[in-house]
Design a protein around this ligand. Structure first.
Ligand SMILES: CC(C)(COP(=O)(O)OP(=O)(O)OC[C@H]1O[C@@H](n2cnc3c(N)ncnc32)[C@H](O)[C@@H]1OP(=O)(O)O)[C@@H](O)C(=O)NCCC(=O)NCCS
Length: 142
C-alpha cells in the first residue's frame, strides 16, 4: 500500500530492503523541542547500522566518510521501535556504499512505516587510520 509522506511524496515501499543492522526503542530523552524524535538521533542509529554491516563486510574497522541523499519522510515518535536496514549498493577499492532505511513500528499498532532513508559511505581503515583495500581483507561478501 502506498503511503503519503509529510511533503506529499508517494512512498510505495511496503517492506524494508536489506539486512537489519539495529533495532532500538525511541525514548523520551531522544526528542526535539516538538516532542518528536530528534533527526540527529535517527541519523546516528542509521550510521551505527551501516557501520556494523560494513565492518563485517570489510573485515576491518570502517569509518563514515559521507552521508548523502538523506530524506526524512515521517516523524519518529516516542515509543516507536526503530529498525535500520542496510542494503549494499557498491563496494569500491577501500569504500562501501550502503543504502540505509529506517522503519518505525508504531507503539500499540501493527503499523510499520519507512521514516528515513539515505546513502552512507564507509572506508575500511587500518590501525593507523589509513584506507585499506577491502578486496584483500573481506571475509564475508554479500
Ligand atoms: C575516511 C578517510 C580515512 C579517507 O581518507 P582519504 O585519504 O581521504 O581517502 P581516499 O581519498 O583514498 O578515499 C578513500 C575512499 O573513500 C571514497 N570517498 C572519499 N570521499 C568520499 C565522499 N565524499 N563520498 C563518497 N566516497 C568518498 C573514495 O572514493 C575512496 O573510495 P574507493 O577506494 O573505494 O575508490 C578520512 O577522510 C577520514 O579519516 N575521515 C574522517 C572519518 C570520520 O571520522 N568519520 C566520522 C566518525 S566514524
Amino acid at each position: 500500500m502506498a503511503t503519503k509522506t509529510k511533503k506529499g511524496r508517494s512512498d510505495s515501499s511496503t517492506a524494508p530492503k536489506g539486512e537489519l543492522g539495529t533495532r532500538t526503542l525511541a525514548m523520551p530523552g531522544d526528542t526535539n523541542p516538538n516532542g518528536d524524535i530528534f533527526g540527529g538521533w535517527v541519523l546516528s542509529q542509521m550510521d551505527i547500522a551501516g557501520g556494523i554491516i560494513t565492518k563485517k563486510l570489510a573485515g576491518s574497522k570502517t569509518v563514515t566518510v559521507a552521508v548523502d541523499a538523506m530524506t526524512f519522510h515521517l516523524p519518529v515518535l516516542v515509543g516507536d521501535v526503530l529498525g535500520c536496514y542496510v542494503e549494499v549498493i557498491k563496494i569500491g577499492r577501500t569504500s562501501i556504499t550502503v543504502k540505509v532505511e529506517a522503519w518505525a513500528d508504531r507503539e500499540f499498532s501493527s503499523s510499520r512505516v519507512k521514516v528515513t532513508e539515505g546513502l552512507f559511505t564507509y572506508v575500511a581503515i587500518d590501525a593507523t587510520r589509513r584506507p585499506i583495500s577491502i578486496k584483500q581483507r573481506a571475509n564475508h561478501r554479500p
